[in-house]
Design a protein around this ligand. Sequence first.
Ligand code: HEM
Length: 223
Amino acid sequence: MFKSMYNWIDERLDITPLWRDVADHEVPEHVNPAHHFSAFVYCFGGLTFFLVVIQILSGMFLTMYYVPDINNAYLSVDYLQHKVAFGVIVRGMHHWGASLVIVMMFLHTLRVFFTGSYKAPREMNWVVGMLIFFVMLGLGLTGYLLPWDNKAYYATKVTLNIAGSVPVIGDYIQRLVNGGEIVGAQTLTRFFALHVFFLPGALLALLAGHFFMIRKQGISGPL
Ligand code: HEM
């Protein structure tokens, strides 16, 4: 049944060349763990992407309950955690996934570094990778404030004080990110917008560039 459905669509839209171009190509010998056990390090980028997808999906469900204002943020998270069916699982996935995805990304970066894959012609993809790295750290920072409990509040105070200690422009940066003089209502809405719209948008655009370049250039050769 699926085959005839597929054929019906394919006759009209000619989708076979599209997905063949994206998905139908051979894995080089030197990145295949079935041939060389140590080649499993080449899976780290793909595993990082898998975790990014988990973060996006679990985050989308969290926004069904989360309320980004200082009176309700903590209560909405508490409600989600203790009253909503599977809420504790969805929040747990997002919470633990947030740490795991950074660890995985770091391992992927180490693989790229130690196999020298940042060298020509892949310099631009290394630079895009660095931008991705900062966006991911930004997602961690902004997400940490959202539960609006003591840990979130004081952790953000500390990080923004660190930002404020930068010579000359520190004070300006701190007030810009704070949305004023203190970590308060403006900071929470600002961090929420950054966490669910600005940074994920930037991340998806950068990942599109990352994957485009990987397809164009192929995975780097064996050592
Ligand atoms: C969300 C974060 C990231 C994701 C999902 C991701 C994903 C991927 C994937 C799937 C590959 C194909 C090869 C492999 O899987 O190892 C790859 C390759 C590559 N990545 Fe990333 N990446 C991320 C972050 C980074 C960072 C932080 C850097 C460096 C600063 C970086 C630099 C590169 C380079 C240079 C390649 C080409 C490597 C080669 O051809 O051997 N990536 N990335």
